[in-house]
Design a protein around this ligand. Structure first.
Ligand code: MN
Length: 139
């Protein structure tokens, strides 16, 4: 059953489906704060269903991810896929190619604080292939 327990893991409203051009699987995005004159970042809550992930991408001014629930995966180009868990904070440096998503067996919700210093928030690249996604199993 789906499950109140699962649903209750997401603190914020789940929001709208994220653009299919930039994500694989089922992903929802709820913006919590937009960039304004007085701050140079946006804040969103992103919920990935099991197996779902972003495309490869970069952030011209970096991004901070705070995992609020579940277990996910995170990979920087050229490095192994790593598991990320509820309570972890991940700092993505500027212009470093990476992706993030849920693990195969867990929903994952994270806050994304994305810096935008006039260069835009995200540069979207290729989808993460199943082979790339499943590489975490080889540890
Ligand atoms: Mn990112």
């Amino acid at each position: 059953m789906d499950t109140a327990a699962n649903n209750s893991e997401v603190i914020f409203p789940k929001g709208e489906p994220a653009p299919a051009d930039y994500f694989t699987g089922k992903v929802h995005l709820q913006m919590l704060a937009q960039k304004t004159e007085s701050n140079e970042y946006s804040v969103g809550s992103v919920t990935f269903e099991p197996g779902a992930r972003s495309n490869w991408h970069t952030h011209p001014a970096g991004q901070t991810l705070i995992v609020l629930s579940g277990r996910g995966l995170y990979q920087e180009k050229g490095k192994p896929v790593r598991t990320i868990n509820k309570g972890e904070t991940i700092i993505c440096p500027s212009n470093l190619e990476h992706w993030h998503g849920a693990s195969p067996d867990s929903r994952m919700n994270h806050i994304a604080i994305t810096n935008d210093k006039g260069a835009g928030g995200v540069v979207w690249l290729k989808p993460v292939t199943d082979e790339e996604y499943n590489a975490h199993e080889k540890g």
